[in-house]
Design a binder for this molecule. Structure first.
Ligand code: FAD
Length: 398
């Protein structure tokens, strides 16, 4: 009889195939094919380096097994297997479920220590389609438009890109991403890996009922894919994978209250959320509050259109960190100024929190939440974990 072991797995239903874990693993234990990203049980050394870099938490999955799932098994997963009944040391057979539960609970507690916990979709979110198009079988989209969103003399070159899928099905939900495969190959002759971009249009299209979607892409200096995308011209063909993402989704319940915090291109999913609500909800709706940070008005994507959204639907606080002659202000600073509004939202079980944008924003936002939750006599980590467990707390940073 083999000894039970803790096996590291990746949840294929939540993984967005960004391959960050694979690039982070120093022992080459993580690999992927066209469908799944998997962990080699022979190579994994449990160093945990891959856990914090995963944007979705799908990497933080563990099973106690008598014999590990092989790479082939894992590549065939469409969902994670349930925890199997195992034979514990000292068992005479049949499995002692109570002792087994204790072992799993202890191991899972250890695995989740210091990590963000497993994200959950909002209870009323529509069921997303994921992984319809893969690296081996991508969809081909045609560029319908490429518009600069930021001022010509602004340091930030952010583009609004519209892709048309013609007759190919591309069922997406607000909050999901797609992958773009840059053309060409790397120094080893391998095709480039796709980069992920949040969809910034609602599910029925940038133009309602046309099979198109939009992206909000920032040109990164020396960046391979962002430069490719920002330079695309009308009529160009683009290879697309996805859709990806099963948790950072919009509640279908129009009464859900939304608190959205973003920087730069992190506004992309919130544009999609706002347009969806503009197109679907009536006066009976919970409202949306957004804290949106950028360097200056001319580098804030969608600055003009945002100002035209009715306040009853969306209240936006635009926060700028580089206005000559004024103090730097970041989203967390404005959250503290508006602490009564934020506290009111946090105290309501109907509120959903979304944070999207640069990874560096998380710490400041977290400490603002800590401070504001204190006004309510609440312990922020406990409140945050409960909200996450209830599918009401969502983070997507990159
Ligand atoms: P890469 O070539 O991968 O380079 C990575 C970084 O290294 C870049 O910052 C680049 O500036 C730097 N670099 C590369 N080469 C050099 C060099 N020679 N010298 C100095 N620096 C160098 N991005 C968006 O713009 N919009 C979105 O909506 C969006 N959504 C995302 C959603 C998710 C879930 C995730 C995980 C990421 C998202 N991203 C988004 C980020 C996006 O996927 C890419 O990471 C980003 O566009 C950079 O890719 P790249 O190929 O241009 O850069």
């Amino acid at each position: 009889m083999s000894k039970p072991m803790k096996q590291h797995l990746i949840d294929p239903e939540i993984c967005i195939r960004c391959y960050t874990c694979e690039m982070t693993c120093s022992v080459g234990a993580i690999q992927h094919d066209d469908t799944n990203v998997v962990v080699d049980p022979e190579k994994c050394e449990y160093c945990m380096d891959c856990i914090p870099v995963c944007p979705t938490g799908s990497i933080d999955e563990w099973r106690i097994v008598d014999s590990p799932y092989s790479l082939e098994d894992q590549l065939g997963f469409t969902e994670l297997p349930a925890q199997e009944e195992i034979t514990l040391p000292g068992d005479t057979g049949g499995g002692d479920l109570e002792a087994f539960d204790d072992v799993v609970a202890a191991l899972l507690a250890e695995a989740h220590k210091g990590t963000g916990g497993k994200p959950k979709a909002p209870a009323t979110a529509a069921k997303p389609t994921i992984n319809l198009y893969t690296l081996g079988k991508p969809a081909e989209a045609t560029v319908q438009g490429n518009y600069r969103l930021t001022a010509a003399d602004s340091d930030a070159d952010v583009r609004h890109i519209i892709l048309n899928f013609g007759s190919l099905p591309m069922p997406v939900l607000e909050g999901q991403s797609i992958g773009i495969i840059p053309p060409g190959s790397d120094e080893n002759g391998q095709p480039h890996l796709p980069r992920l971009y949040s969809i910034s249009s609602p599910r029925d299209g940038e133009r309602a009922n046309f099979n198109n979607l939009s992206l909000t892409v920032k040109r990164e200096p020396e960046g391979l894919c962002s430069n490719y995308v920002c330079d695309l011209e009308k009529g160009d063909k683009v290879q697309v994978t996805g859709p990806f993402g099963a948790t950072f989704l919009l509640p279908e319940d129009p009464r859900a209250r939304m608190l959205m915090i973003c920087t730069g291109t992190g506004s992309a999913p919130f544009r999609a959320f706002t347009m969806r609500r503009q197109r679907t909800v009536g006066t009976e709706q919970g409202g949306m509050t957004m804290f949106f940070g950028a360097r200056a008005p001319d580098s804030l994507p969608y600055f003009g259109p945002l100002k035209k959204v009715p306040e009853a639907l969306l209240h936006t606080f635009m926060v700028f960190s580089r206005i000559p002659g004024t103090d730097k202000e970041y989203v967390q600073d404005r959250m503290l100024v508006e602490r009564d509004r934020v506290a009111d939202l946090l105290s309501d079980d109907n509120t959903h929190v979304y944070i999207c944008g640069l990874r560096g924003m998380e710490q400041g936002v977290e400490s603002a939440f800590c401070d504001i939750a204190g006004d309510l006599g609440a312990d922020w980590p406990a409140l945050r974990d409960r909200m996450r467990e209830e599918g009401r707390y969502h983070v997507e940073t990159y």
